[in-house]
Design a protein around this ligand. Structure first.
Ligand code: NAD
Length: 251
């Protein structure tokens, strides 16, 4: 059934940055999309900014750390979009801090958003994906997990977990024709990047010098890879980790 109907998708953290660019590309490709974010006003702004004539884009208040919120969001998305054929686990959060200064609260929040969040969203969406007949799960990790960086140990551990859960679920979900892939961004021009060093000109210059293609990524660069894994043409690709980083990371 999924071969011939547009695949409805839920994108978390879609209220800005990479997630907003993903919504733009997915709706341009004909997918109905649930624009989910814990910041509902931001999600609404993204949905409202889409050009006329696009498939439905439903703004949703969804916090990936809250089970009730995830359950309600998945149910609302499936009801409004006529089922659910995939999820993009894009929501992420980072407060850079040396491990010695990372208290338990920061540790728990970092793991809750970046690691537990994707697992919870996948688990709660799974019955809908199975009902749809096939599925696409795209996770967003970070090159910080692949190559390491100072002051992000908890975040890197969470994103490393995302890479591991991608591999495990590839095997577990294949019998349902569900693919599971991960896109791993390098430094990308978004509010998160700005808030974690991207406002520091010298730090940005250092990043640019280390990137073979000599620029910081744009949200669209990362969104292109995510949209590819969501597409029907990617139905035989699963368990892959794709770095979008201008050649910075070569896994
Ligand atoms: N920008 C980069 O340089 C970079 C690099 C590597 C990985 N990433 C990853 O890319 C993804 C997108 O990041 P971005 O740079 O666009 O960040 P961003 O801060 O611009 O966007 C993240 C969105 O996630 C939402 N969000 C945060 N916590 C949430 C929660 N608990 N539930 C639901 N929504 C939540 C925020 O409201 C925001 O709209 C994240 O997973 C991030 O870790 C980004």
């Amino acid at each position: 059934m999924s071969e011939h109907r547009p695949r409805p998708l839920l994108v978390t953290g879609a209220g800005g940055g990479i997630g907003a660019a993903v919504v733009e590309l997915l709706t341009a490709a004909g997918h109905p999309v649930a624009v989910a974010d814990r910041d509902l006003a931001a999600a609404r702004a993204v949905a409202d900014a889409l050009p006329a004539g696009r498939p439905p884009a439903l703004a949703l208040d969804l916090d990936v750390t809250d089970l009730d919120s995830v359950r309600a969001g998945v149910a609302d998305a499936a009801r409004a979009l006529g089922g659910l054929g995939g999820v993009v686990n894009n929501a992420g959060w980072l407060e850079p801090r040396a491990l010695a200064e990372t208290d338990d609260e920061l540790l728990r929040t970092t793991l809750a958003v970046n690691l537990e969040g994707p697992l919870r969203v996948i688990r709660e969406a799974l019955p809908e994906l199975i009902r749809f007949g096939s599925g696409r799960i795209v996770n967003v990790a970070s090159d910080g997990a692949l190559s390491g960086m100072t002051h992000i140990a908890a975040y890197a551990a969470a994103k490393g977990g995302v890479i591991s859960l991608t591999r495990a679920l590839t095997l577990e979900l294949a019998r349902h024709q569900i693919t599971v892939n991960t896109v791993s961004p390098g430094p990308t021009q978004t509010p998160l990047f700005a808030a974690t060093g991207g406002n520091d000109e010298q730090a940005v210059e250092r990043f640019v010098r280390s990137i073979p293609l000599r620029r910081i990524g744009a949200p669209q660069d990362v969104a292109t890879a995510i949209a590819f894994f969501c597409g029907e043409q990617a139905g035989f690709i699963s368990g892959q980790i794709l770095s979008v980083s201008g050649g910075l990371t070569r896994p």
